[in-house]
Design a binder for this molecule. Structure first.
Ligand code: TIU
Length: 223
Protein backbone atom coordinates (compact mmCIF):
# COMPACT_ATOMS: atom_id res chain seq x y z
CA UNK A 1 0.00 0.00 0.00
CA UNK A 2 1.33 3.44 -0.95
CA UNK A 3 1.30 6.55 1.21
CA UNK A 4 -2.14 7.46 2.47
CA UNK A 5 -3.87 10.16 4.52
CA UNK A 6 -5.60 9.90 7.89
CA UNK A 7 -8.12 12.52 8.92
CA UNK A 8 -6.76 13.82 12.22
CA UNK A 9 -6.30 16.89 14.38
CA UNK A 10 -4.76 19.40 14.15
CA UNK A 11 -4.50 18.49 10.45
CA UNK A 12 -4.45 15.49 8.12
CA UNK A 13 -1.60 13.05 8.63
CA UNK A 14 0.19 11.61 5.61
CA UNK A 15 1.79 8.25 6.33
CA UNK A 16 3.09 5.17 4.54
CA UNK A 17 1.94 1.90 6.15
CA UNK A 18 5.30 0.42 5.13
CA UNK A 19 7.11 2.81 7.48
CA UNK A 20 4.41 2.88 10.17
CA UNK A 21 4.10 0.72 13.27
CA UNK A 22 1.09 0.13 15.47
CA UNK A 23 2.21 0.71 19.07
CA UNK A 24 -0.15 -0.77 21.67
CA UNK A 25 0.78 0.43 25.14
CA UNK A 26 0.27 -1.77 28.22
CA UNK A 27 -3.05 -3.46 27.40
CA UNK A 28 -2.36 -5.79 30.32
CA UNK A 29 -4.80 -7.45 32.70
CA UNK A 30 -3.04 -5.52 35.51
CA UNK A 31 -4.55 -2.27 34.19
CA UNK A 32 -7.94 -3.34 32.81
CA UNK A 33 -9.11 -6.19 35.06
CA UNK A 34 -10.09 -6.22 38.75
CA UNK A 35 -7.48 -7.49 41.21
CA UNK A 36 -4.49 -6.03 39.38
CA UNK A 37 -2.05 -3.14 39.76
CA UNK A 38 -4.45 -0.46 38.46
CA UNK A 39 -7.05 -1.37 41.06
CA UNK A 40 -4.37 -1.47 43.80
CA UNK A 41 -3.78 2.23 43.09
CA UNK A 42 -7.43 2.92 43.91
CA UNK A 43 -8.85 3.00 40.38
CA UNK A 44 -12.09 1.68 38.86
CA UNK A 45 -10.53 -0.32 36.04
CA UNK A 46 -13.78 -1.14 34.20
CA UNK A 47 -13.70 2.25 32.45
CA UNK A 48 -10.65 1.17 30.40
CA UNK A 49 -12.27 -1.90 28.85
CA UNK A 50 -14.09 0.08 26.17
CA UNK A 51 -10.75 0.62 24.43
CA UNK A 52 -10.41 -3.10 23.68
CA UNK A 53 -12.93 -3.49 20.81
CA UNK A 54 -11.79 -0.51 18.68
CA UNK A 55 -8.14 -1.41 19.28
CA UNK A 56 -8.89 -4.95 18.13
CA UNK A 57 -10.32 -3.59 14.86
CA UNK A 58 -7.26 -1.42 14.25
CA UNK A 59 -4.92 -4.29 15.16
CA UNK A 60 -6.61 -6.57 12.61
CA UNK A 61 -6.43 -3.87 9.89
CA UNK A 62 -2.73 -3.27 10.57
CA UNK A 63 -2.03 -7.02 10.53
CA UNK A 64 -3.82 -7.26 7.18
CA UNK A 65 -1.56 -4.51 5.80
CA UNK A 66 1.50 -6.42 7.03
CA UNK A 67 2.48 -3.47 9.23
CA UNK A 68 4.87 -3.72 12.12
CA UNK A 69 3.02 -4.34 15.39
CA UNK A 70 4.62 -3.55 18.75
CA UNK A 71 3.06 -4.37 22.13
CA UNK A 72 4.42 -3.03 25.40
CA UNK A 73 4.00 -4.28 28.95
CA UNK A 74 4.86 -2.35 32.08
CA UNK A 75 6.36 -4.55 34.77
CA UNK A 76 9.32 -5.79 36.70
CA UNK A 77 11.64 -8.72 37.17
CA UNK A 78 10.45 -11.20 39.82
CA UNK A 79 13.28 -10.08 42.15
CA UNK A 80 12.16 -6.42 41.64
CA UNK A 81 15.78 -5.28 41.12
CA UNK A 82 14.56 -3.07 38.24
CA UNK A 83 11.81 -1.40 40.29
CA UNK A 84 12.83 1.91 41.84
CA UNK A 85 11.98 1.98 45.57
CA UNK A 86 10.27 5.32 44.91
CA UNK A 87 7.86 3.63 42.46
CA UNK A 88 7.12 0.84 44.92
CA UNK A 89 6.34 3.25 47.75
CA UNK A 90 4.35 5.83 45.76
CA UNK A 91 0.79 6.31 47.01
CA UNK A 92 1.37 4.13 50.09
CA UNK A 93 -0.78 1.37 48.52
CA UNK A 94 -2.20 -1.44 50.65
CA UNK A 95 -0.87 -3.87 48.02
CA UNK A 96 2.50 -2.96 46.50
CA UNK A 97 4.26 -3.98 43.28
CA UNK A 98 5.37 -7.61 43.80
CA UNK A 99 2.63 -8.38 46.35
CA UNK A 100 0.11 -11.15 45.65
CA UNK A 101 -3.12 -10.25 43.88
CA UNK A 102 -5.89 -12.36 42.37
CA UNK A 103 -3.93 -12.50 39.06
CA UNK A 104 -0.54 -13.26 40.62
CA UNK A 105 2.11 -10.85 41.87
CA UNK A 106 1.27 -7.24 40.92
CA UNK A 107 3.14 -5.90 37.88
CA UNK A 108 5.64 -8.76 37.83
CA UNK A 109 6.77 -10.31 34.54
CA UNK A 110 5.53 -13.85 33.99
CA UNK A 111 2.43 -13.41 36.15
CA UNK A 112 -1.08 -13.66 34.69
CA UNK A 113 -1.92 -10.05 35.52
CA UNK A 114 1.18 -8.77 33.74
CA UNK A 115 0.22 -10.32 30.43
CA UNK A 116 -1.74 -8.76 27.58
CA UNK A 117 -5.53 -9.21 27.47
CA UNK A 118 -6.60 -12.18 25.31
CA UNK A 119 -8.49 -9.99 22.79
CA UNK A 120 -5.26 -8.19 21.81
CA UNK A 121 -2.80 -11.01 22.40
CA UNK A 122 0.38 -10.71 20.30
CA UNK A 123 0.82 -13.06 17.38
CA UNK A 124 4.19 -14.77 16.77
CA UNK A 125 6.56 -12.28 15.14
CA UNK A 126 5.04 -9.21 16.79
CA UNK A 127 7.43 -7.37 19.09
CA UNK A 128 6.68 -7.36 22.82
CA UNK A 129 8.60 -4.73 24.76
CA UNK A 130 8.89 -5.18 28.52
CA UNK A 131 9.40 -1.79 30.11
CA UNK A 132 10.12 -0.94 33.74
CA UNK A 133 8.84 2.63 33.50
CA UNK A 134 5.96 4.59 32.10
CA UNK A 135 7.74 5.52 28.84
CA UNK A 136 8.15 2.77 26.23
CA UNK A 137 11.64 4.00 25.26
CA UNK A 138 13.18 4.18 28.73
CA UNK A 139 15.48 1.19 29.43
CA UNK A 140 14.14 -0.79 26.44
CA UNK A 141 15.29 -1.67 22.91
CA UNK A 142 12.18 -0.14 21.28
CA UNK A 143 14.04 2.65 19.49
CA UNK A 144 16.58 0.22 18.03
CA UNK A 145 13.82 -2.08 16.78
CA UNK A 146 11.88 0.80 15.17
CA UNK A 147 15.01 2.31 13.55
CA UNK A 148 16.14 -1.05 12.17
CA UNK A 149 12.72 -1.45 10.53
CA UNK A 150 12.82 2.07 9.05
CA UNK A 151 9.74 3.16 10.99
CA UNK A 152 8.81 6.86 10.83
CA UNK A 153 5.20 6.96 12.06
CA UNK A 154 3.52 5.40 15.09
CA UNK A 155 -0.21 4.73 15.43
CA UNK A 156 -0.67 4.68 19.19
CA UNK A 157 -3.30 2.84 21.27
CA UNK A 158 -3.35 1.69 24.90
CA UNK A 159 -3.55 2.75 28.52
CA UNK A 160 -3.46 5.06 30.27
CA UNK A 161 -3.84 8.18 28.14
CA UNK A 162 -2.13 10.63 30.47
CA UNK A 163 0.46 8.25 31.94
CA UNK A 164 2.13 5.62 29.74
CA UNK A 165 0.60 6.76 26.44
CA UNK A 166 1.54 10.42 26.94
CA UNK A 167 5.01 9.61 28.28
CA UNK A 168 5.72 7.27 25.36
CA UNK A 169 4.41 9.73 22.75
CA UNK A 170 6.62 12.49 24.18
CA UNK A 171 9.63 10.17 24.10
CA UNK A 172 8.82 9.14 20.50
CA UNK A 173 8.28 12.73 19.37
CA UNK A 174 11.68 13.81 20.69
CA UNK A 175 13.23 10.95 18.73
CA UNK A 176 11.68 12.20 15.48
CA UNK A 177 8.75 9.81 15.11
CA UNK A 178 5.36 11.13 14.00
CA UNK A 179 2.71 9.85 16.42
CA UNK A 180 -1.03 9.68 15.93
CA UNK A 181 -3.06 8.72 19.00
CA UNK A 182 -6.47 7.11 18.38
CA UNK A 183 -8.80 8.61 20.95
CA UNK A 184 -11.24 5.70 21.32
CA UNK A 185 -8.29 3.26 21.55
CA UNK A 186 -6.70 5.01 24.55
CA UNK A 187 -8.23 5.16 28.00
CA UNK A 188 -7.85 6.89 31.33
CA UNK A 189 -9.30 6.16 34.77
CA UNK A 190 -10.17 9.89 34.86
CA UNK A 191 -12.44 11.45 32.17
CA UNK A 192 -10.86 14.88 32.68
CA UNK A 193 -7.37 13.44 32.09
CA UNK A 194 -8.60 11.64 28.95
CA UNK A 195 -9.69 15.01 27.55
CA UNK A 196 -6.59 16.91 28.68
CA UNK A 197 -4.22 14.10 27.75
CA UNK A 198 -5.44 14.19 24.17
CA UNK A 199 -5.76 17.98 23.99
CA UNK A 200 -2.14 18.55 24.98
CA UNK A 201 -0.85 16.23 22.24
CA UNK A 202 -2.57 18.06 19.38
CA UNK A 203 -2.30 21.64 20.75
CA UNK A 204 0.10 24.21 19.31
CA UNK A 205 -0.05 22.77 15.81
CA UNK A 206 0.52 19.20 17.03
CA UNK A 207 3.25 19.82 19.58
CA UNK A 208 3.59 16.08 20.32
CA UNK A 209 1.62 14.63 17.41
CA UNK A 210 -1.85 14.03 16.02
CA UNK A 211 -5.15 12.77 17.45
CA UNK A 212 -7.56 10.72 15.37
CA UNK A 213 -9.87 7.74 16.03
CA UNK A 214 -10.28 4.10 15.05
CA UNK A 215 -12.86 4.76 12.31
CA UNK A 216 -10.61 7.30 10.60
CA UNK A 217 -7.59 5.01 10.94
CA UNK A 218 -9.53 2.09 9.45
CA UNK A 219 -10.65 4.28 6.55
CA UNK A 220 -7.06 5.39 5.90
CA UNK A 221 -5.81 1.80 6.01
CA UNK A 222 -8.52 0.61 3.63
CA UNK A 223 -7.85 3.39 1.10
N1 TIU B 1 -1.63 4.48 36.84
C1 TIU B 1 -1.78 4.75 35.55
O1 TIU B 1 -2.65 5.52 35.13
N2 TIU B 1 -0.98 4.13 34.64
C2 TIU B 1 0.12 3.37 34.89
O2 TIU B 1 0.56 3.19 36.03
N3 TIU B 1 0.71 2.77 33.82
C3 TIU B 1 0.29 2.94 32.50
O3 TIU B 1 -0.29 3.94 32.15
N4 TIU B 1 0.50 1.93 31.67
Amino acid sequence: MAATMMVAEPYELEFDPGTTALLIIDMQRDFVEPGGFGESLGNDVSILRKTIAPTQRVLEACRKQGMMIVHTREGHRPDLTDCPPSKMARGKPARKIGDDGSMGRLLVRGEKGHDIVPELYPKPGEAVIDKPGKGAFYATDLELILRNAGIKTLIVCGVTTEVCVNTSVREANDRGFNCVVLEDCVGSYFPEFQRAGLAMIKAQGGIFGWVSDSAKALKALAA
